[in-house]
Design a binder for this molecule. Structure first.
Ligand code: SAH
Length: 358
């Protein structure tokens, strides 16, 4: 039982069931009891490990891909280097270290971090000492007069989703309500007349469950508007696929799956990212979206195996073994290699970032 569980139960008793989006937002970002507000989420002693926390190679290759795209687009002398949801700041630190060798890139870039939690901002400040980042709590305040080169790793999966189940007479929304004993439980709304799901009538049947994530489209729209006007590119990396298909709402605590309603505010909540709506939004703003590419394929194309061999030369014993394991974890299809996908968004007059297909 958590403090947030009490607050949510009282709220539901008073004003009725919550959508999953309302529940997820409260659990992740509640100002006092939210998961990202309080928990030490990342790394070996945290609840989950992300690609940049597994190996420095991930951020190095992302950084070189973005710097190459900057050169391909003419090496503008004032750009925003942006990360959405930077966690502990490890990915941006690796990007900056790897791109220090790229002539002119560091002189041209200002670092911008989009981070909702002030606790996470404080961690990022420590990791990026000397780089003087500017923080934003949303993408809306990112500069509108410069090219933006953006990375978002495991950011979109933390944005709130809603779930809808197709019934014989239309869609019903999955809600968080209370059972007879007053505990949190999932239920279905009476009816959800939802135009937004009309395009899913052809490829779903009665009983199907579909997830939507309105905030993801809002974020991509803000990025794509800026890229269409001033250039740049975004690399969106996350687990999921082209189209939402079934229930992917999940909670993780101390590296183990737990029920999403068990410990509100104390477990990480995520859901798979469906890339199709992101691509559609980008195109509507005058940008192109690349094909989605498996993370393992993307990293191989950028040369992760050569980089791994180079790094291995200085290692032996346990360090060498864990380095080899990290390479496998990032790239192998049985690990993160095929579940995680990469999509590039860029002006439709340009080529996709290295490693991606148009
Ligand atoms: N990119 C990092 C961490 C991903 S975890 C890595 O690869 O290790 C998700 C990050 O997004 C956290 O820093 C979290 O605080 C932040 N976040 C979650 N929801 C957000 C929102 N709505 N707006 C801004 N930041 C958010």
């Amino acid at each position: 039982m958590t403090a947030l569980a009490d607050i949510l139960k009282r709220q539901i008793a008073k004003t009725g069931p919550l959508t999953l989006a309302e529940y997820m937002s409260a659990c992740l970002l509640h100002p006092d009891h939210g998961y990202y507000t309080n928990q030490n989420a990342f790394g070996a002693d945290g609840d989950f490990t992300t690609a940049p926390e597994i190996s420095q190679m991930f951020g190095e290759l992302i950084g070189l891909s973005l710097a190459q795209t900057w050169m391909d687009q003419g090496s503008a002398d004032a750009i925003c280097l942006v990360e959405l949801g930077p966690g502990r700041g490890t990915l941006m630190a690796d990007i900056l270290r790897a791109t220090a060798q790229v002539p002119g890139f560091h002189q041209s870039k200002q670092v911008h971090l989009v981070e909702a939690s002030s606790q996470m901002q404080a961690k990022q400040a420590k990791a990026l000492l000397g780089h003087r980042p500017t923080w934003h709590s949303t993408v809306e305040t990112l500069p509108e007069d410069q090219p933006i080169f953006v990375v978002a790793n495991e950011f979109f999966d933390a944005l709130p989703i809603r779930q809808f189940q197709r019934g014989a007479h239309g869609w019903r929304e999955v809600m968080v309500g209370l059972d007879a004993g007053g505990a949190l439980q999932f239920g279905l709304s009476d009816a959800a007349p939802l135009d937004a799901l009309e395009h899913r009538l052809d490829d779903t049947e009665v009983g199907a469950l579909v997830e939507t994530r309105a905030q993801a489209a809002t974020v991509v729209e803000a990025l794509a508007q800026r890229m269409a006007s001033n250039g740049g590119a975004a690399l969106i990396i996350d687990y999921g696929g082209w189209r939402s298909d079934g229930d992917s709402f999940q909670a993780v605590r101390a590296h183990k799956p737990v029920g999403p309603l068990e410990t509100p505010g104390a477990a990480d909540l995520t859901a798979h990212v469906d890339f199709e709506p992101l691509a559609t939004t980008a195109r509507a703003q005058g940008c192109a979206a690349s094909q989605i590419t498996q993370q393992g394929v993307f990293l191989e194309r950028l040369g992760i195996t050569a980089r791994a061999r180079g790094l291995a030369k200085g290692l032996s014993g346990d360090q060498l073994e864990s380095h080899i394991a990290a390479h496998r974890r990032l790239t192998h299809p049985d690990e993160m290699g095929s579940l995680f996908k990469v999509m590039g968004v860029y002006p439709d007059t340009e080529s996709p970032p290295p490693g991606l297909d148009p």
